[in-house]
Write a protein that binds this ligand. Structure first.
Ligand SMILES: [Zn+2]
Length: 463
C-alpha cells in the first residue's frame, strides 16, 4: 500500500506535466470557412449608393405612420400606402432583372382597434420569395425583415412628418439590398425578403406574418430582423463603433413551458436556444467574409424598454434575432422634428451612414446565402448520458447527400464554439467529459457551407 502511494506520488507530477485538458485532445480550433466566390461576388454588389436611394425615397413619403393608411385626403405621394406601393414596385424591378425569379406578394389585413390603433386599420406587409433551386431543399426557408412604418413623438399622429430614416428605413434597405443581390444567385433553400408595417403599433404586422408563416407551415429555419441599423452619426458622438452591429438573441425560447425552462437551466442549456445558434452562425459567417466588420453577439432578447419584430417570430416558435447599431441616439427616434436648447430632435437622414448600412446588409446577405446553400442541420441529435463516465457519445439523424458533419464544442463559460472535429458517420465517441463542455452538431457540404448548429438533447434516465 505504502509502495503504491509512493509510486503514485512519483508519477503524478510527470503525468500532469505532459497531459492536455481533455477538451483539447480531439479536433482543432474552429477557423472561419473559406469564402464561396459566388457569395463574395454578390456581396460586392451591395451598394451604399443604392441603399441611400432606398432610404431617401422612404423618407420622402413624409410619414409612413401605419395609421396614415386610413387617411383619405393625404397629398399624393405621402403616407404608408404610397410607401408600400414603392417597395412592391422595387421588388418587382429586381425580379424583372432576374427573369421573374421573385414572387412579390402583399399580406393585407385589417387590425382591430387596440392600444395604439384607434380604429380598424388596414396593414400591408410586402414581401418577395426567392424559391430554392433544389426541390429537396426548397421547403427550408430563411427570412430577412425590416419595418417600413415610422412614427414621430405622437403615436396617434397619422399626418405629421415622421422621416424614420434610421428607424427603420435602414432595416428595409437591408431587406431590399439582400433581395437585389441574392436574386442573382440560386440558393438551394428558399429566401424571403420582407418589409412589415405596424411595428410602432406593437409589432402588429410582424405578428400577422409570423402567424401566417405558422399556419401555412413555412419551414422557417431563421429570421433576421434589422431595426435601427443606420450607424447613427451624431456630431459629438464619440462612442459609436462602426466596426460592429449588435445581434440580439433570446436565451430560453419564448415558447418554452416553465417546466422546459427549468430543465434547460439545469442542463446548462440556457444560452443554446436555436435563436442563439443563429446568432453564432451570423458571427461565424461574418468572419468568413469580412475581417473588419463583425457581429457583436448580445445574449438577451432585446434592449431594455424596447421590442422588435423578431419577437413576433420567437413567440410563434421560430428562430429569430435582431440586428441594431452599436449605440443608438434616442433624440433621433420617435421624435417630432425640432431643436430644443440647441439639441436637434428627429430621425433625419443626415444621421444615417449609408456605408455602415451596406456593411450590415452584406452580413445579412452572407448569412442568408450561406445558410440557404448549406445542407439541412442534423436531425434529432442526442447526447448519451446514461452512464457515469468521462467520455461523450453523440448520435444524430438526417440525410444530407455529399455532406459531412462537424461536432463542435466549447467550455461552459465560452460564448462561441471553440473546437470542432469532422465526422462522416452519424455517431461519435470522444474522450472528453460531457460535464465540462457544451456540444453541438452541424452539417457541412463539400464547398464548406456550414448549417446552423443543433444542440443534442440529453438522454435522461427514464423515470
Ligand atoms: Zn424600429
Amino acid at each position: 500500500m505504502l509502495r503504491r502511494s509512493l509510486l503514485l506520488a512519483l508519477c503524478l507530477p510527470v503525468v500532469t506535466a505532459v497531459s492536455a485538458r481533455d477538451l483539447d485532445v480531439a479536433g482543432a480550433p474552429i477557423r472561419p470557412a473559406k469564402p464561396d466566390p459566388a457569395i463574395a461576388r454578390a456581396l460586392d454588389q451591395v451598394s451604399a449608393t443604392e441603399i441611400e436611394h432606398t432610404i431617401r425615397t422612404l423618407v420622402a413619403f413624409h410619414t409612413r405612420s401605419t395609421l396614415s393608411s386610413m387617411e383619405k385626403d393625404l397629398p399624393s405621394g405621402q403616407g404608408i400606402n404610397a410607401a408600400a406601393d414603392w417597395i412592391e414596385a422595387e421588388l418587382k424591378r429586381y425580379s424583372a432583372e432576374c427573369g421573374g425569379c421573385l414572387e412579390v406578394k402583399r399580406d393585407v389585413f385589417t387590425a382591430p382597434p387596440q392600444n395604439r390603433i384607434p380604429q380598424p386599420t388596414t396593414l400591408t406587409n410586402v414581401y418577395a420569395v426567392l424559391r430554392g433551386s433544389d426541390p429537396a431543399q426548397s421547403k427550408r426557408m430563411y427570412l430577412v425583415t425590416g419595418h417600413y412604418d415610422s412614427r414621430n413623438s405622437d403615436n396617434f399622429d397619422a399626418r405629421g412628418e415622421a422621416p424614420g430614416a434610421n428607424d427603420d428605413a435602414s432595416g428595409v434597405a437591408v431587406s431590399l439590398a439582400s433581395a437585389h443581390v441574392l436574386s442573382k444567385l440560386k440558393p438551394a433553400a428558399t429566401l424571403v425578403f420582407v418589409a412589415v408595417a405596424g411595428e410602432e403599433q406593437g409589432l402588429v404586422g410582424s405578428r400577422h406574418l409570423a402567424q401566417l408563416a405558422k399556419s401555412a407551415g413555412w419551414q422557417l429555419e431563421g429570421v433576421l430582423n434589422n431595426d435601427i441599423v443606420g450607424g447613427n452619426t451624431t456630431p459629438g458622438e464619440r462612442l459609436q463603433d462602426k466596426s460592429v452591429v449588435r445581434v440580439f438573441s433570446e436565451g430560453i425560447p419564448a415558447t418554452a413551458t416553465p417546466e422546459q425552462a427549468k430543465q434547460l437551466d439545469s442542463l446548462g442549456y440556457a444560452s443554446d436556444s436555436p435563436s442563439r445558434e443563429l446568432a453564432r452562425a451570423i458571427d461565424d459567417v461574418g468572419a468568413t467574409y469580412s475581417a473588419r466588420f463583425r457581429a457583436q453577439l448580445e445574449f438577451r432578447r432585446d434592449r431594455f424598454l424596447r421590442g422588435g419584430d423578431h419577437t413576433s417570430f420567437n413567440q410563434e416558435g421560430f428562430t429569430a434575432v435582431r440586428f441594431t447599431e452599436w449605440r443608438e441616439d434616442f433624440n433621433h427616434q420617435h421624435q417630432n422634428l425640432r431643436t430644443d436648447n440647441g439639441v436637434e430632435y428627429g430621425d433625419l437622414i443626415k444621421f444615417v451612414d449609408f456605408r455602415y448600412v451596406a456593411q450590415v446588409a452584406r452580413l445579412n446577405a452572407a448569412t442568408l446565402a450561406t445558410l440557404a446553400a448549406a445542407p439541412p442541420p442534423p436531425a434529432n441529435p442526442q447526447l448519451v448520458t446514461t452512464d457515469l463516465d468521462n467520455n461523450t457519445t453523440l448520435l444524430w439523424e438526417g440525410e444530407a447527400p455529399g455532406a459531412h458533419y462537424e461536432v463542435v464544442w466549447r467550455e461552459l463559460t465560452a460564448p462561441q464554439w471553440q473546437r470542432s472535429i469532422t465526422v462522416t458517420d452519424r455517431k461519435v465517441t470522444l474522450p472528453i467529459s460531457k460535464d465540462n463542455v457544451l456540444w453541438g452538431v452541424r452539417s457541412v457540404d463539400a464547398a464548406g457551407h456550414r448549417s446552423l448548429t443543433v444542440v443534442p438533447a440529453p438522454q435522461l434516465p427514464k423515470r
